[in-house]
Write a protein that binds this ligand. Sequence first.
Ligand code: TLP
Length: 345
Amino acid sequence: MINLLSDTVTKPTPDMLQSMMAANVGDDVFREDPTINALEEKCAALFGKEAGLFCPSGTMTNQIALKVHTRPLDEVICDEMSHIFQYEVGGYAFNSGIGINLIRTPYGILDAGQVEAAVRPRFDWLPKSTLVVIENTCNRGGGGVYTLDAIRQIQEVCRKNKLALHLDGARIFNALHVSGDTPRDIGGTVDSISICLSKGLGAPVGSVLIGDQDFIAEARRVRKVMGGGMRQAGYLAAAGIYALDHHVERLKEDHTHARQLAAALDALPFVSNIRPVQTNIVIFDLLPPATPAHFLEFLEHNQVKASAFGPQTIRLVTHLDVDSEMIGKAIEVFGRYSPPSKSQP
Ligand code: TLP
């Protein structure tokens, strides 16, 4: 099976498994897991932040960040395509009691002017803007990347209006490959970052939230109340350390594969509106009478998996368990697809 559902589907490599098995562990709720401590320090240092917190998922790191940066009745400003709005079960309202102020953009990349316009004036009858969340790369927008300059301008709006700035960096290393910026460049522009180890980096589990000491101290308490205080999870953190050491450079292969898929799709008559491909995500629309259900069934029948990402929309994601040969095969399968005739349901 050529699984292009998501970059979350990867299995640990034999070398990663070996480093997991060899991990030195302890009880992390007592902060006695040396491998988790090392991972948290490594992530924080890489981005020039003071501290880190290992969590089971990117949803949890984002939700903790929302909770720590805000108080009930506050409002978070973000793109309408943001993961925190689309795919976290409305957790901003449930966990933090906050509202959300959505900005609409073509590919999920905000500009400072839009953010400034969304900041609420201070009246008793309005929600209070206290936080901006940006997503780099933006998943639903097709894996698009922020320029450092664009983030710095948003940072300036936040500073002027006393707003915190959180980065959902589930795929931040994909973004850095394209922008050429360093982790420290990005770390200097935002208050907190959620870094996922279980996406393109290929670890089976885990995300790390980074920020300053006070922020992470409070985040640790919120992680506990969410049930995310783990014990000997150093076995999982070891996979994260391995991934950071061995799987960052190779992300550019995933980007090449995504571009190859997009170029092949562009030539097919039933495909339209391929979003600009910058990283490892390819999003496109199917022209009727082709439908996602029909297309995905054909793919599955031919050993290729992809997902529907809207009524006429498909998403493909490349990752370390998909090599060049598999990309070639997937392209060949796409080329053999024919949409149903109009009369067919
Ligand atoms: N995204 C998943 C789905 O939820 C859509 C995927 O397959 O891409 N931020 C971003 C930008 C994400 O794309 C995701 C996962 C998360 C956060 C949440 O991470 P997990 O799955 O670890 O909770």
